[in-house]
Design a protein around this ligand. Structure first.
Ligand code: URA
Length: 239
């Protein structure tokens, strides 16, 4: 692939911007300075350096973000900052989108990609990918709560009751809950329908990826990491 097109595909601006950056001597490829925008490179395993950072060429990117509270999962936020401000700008220019959304006050694991097939596969109701949450409850845990959530609760606007995949007590005010749908405010509405109230919500895991079991590297709140083939395989996704 020609260098100017390669840089453009990785989110470094228009073809013209990339050409000017290359001609100005701002870009190193596989460790060597290259000032020719039309130079051809094999993209397999290619690394390039720009603005003091080294990048590896990737046809698509897959990211896991540890979302902090106070960020909206939209490009045009209403009341908080956008979650996209937490991602590196070239990745935003590549058009990465979140897989579903978390509420502004929900923390935890949120996936992003610019691979539409991946986003669709992960968000598709048919795939039934499990999402694992930890909910802090307003009222002390009562033993009937898991049973109600596992049996199913009817939410306004839904034709049939929605049931949790798993629900168990962690401590007097904490519930672990897994669901495989992704309806609007689903966890908060299910817990409310079952007679309690969610005060804080954290998504600990998405499918077989977890922020807590070593399946992902440690990601501080507000940081993200790239997912590799091993992570995609854990999600049951083949490129
Ligand atoms: N369910 C909710 O209620 N909120 C979220 O952010 C995610 C799931």
């Amino acid at each position: 692939m020609r260098l100017e097109r390669l840089l453009q595909s990785q989110g470094f601006g228009s073809r013209k911007t990339c050409r000017l950056r290359i001609e100005a001597g701002d870009v190193r490829v596989n460790g060597a300075l290259c000032r020719d925008p039309l130079a051809e490179f094999d993209t397999a395993g290619l690394t390039f350096e720009i603005d003091g950072e080294t990048w590896t060429y990737a046809e698509h990117v897959y990211l896991a973000l540890n979302k902090p509270a106070g960020f909206e999962c939209t490009h045009q936020p209403q009341h908080h900052r956008s979650v996209y401000t937490l991602l590196p700008p070239p990745l935003i220019r590549r058009g990465v989108q979140s897989v579903g959304r978390l509420d502004a006050d929900t923390t935890g694991l949120l996936l992003f990609s610019d691979d539409g097939r991946f986003i669709h596969a992960m968000a598709s109701p048919k795939r039934r990918v499990a999402k694992h949450y930890r909910a802090t409850l307003k009222h002390a845990f009562d033993d009937a709560l898991p049973k109600r959530l596992l049996t199913g609760v009817l939410l306004t606007g839904e034709p049939a009751p929605l049931a949790a995949l798993a629900a168990r007590q962690i401590d007097a005010h904490t519930l672990a809950l897994s669901i495989d749908q992704g309806k609007y405010h689903q966890v908060k509405r299910m817990v409310a329908a079952a007679g309690n109230r969610v005060e804080a919500l954290h998504r600990a895991g998405f499918g077989a990826l977890s922020l807590e079991d070593g399946s992902l590297p440690a990601i501080a709140p507000g940081d993200c990491c790239h997912l590799d083939e091993k992570h995609l395989a854990l999600l049951g996704y083949c490129r």
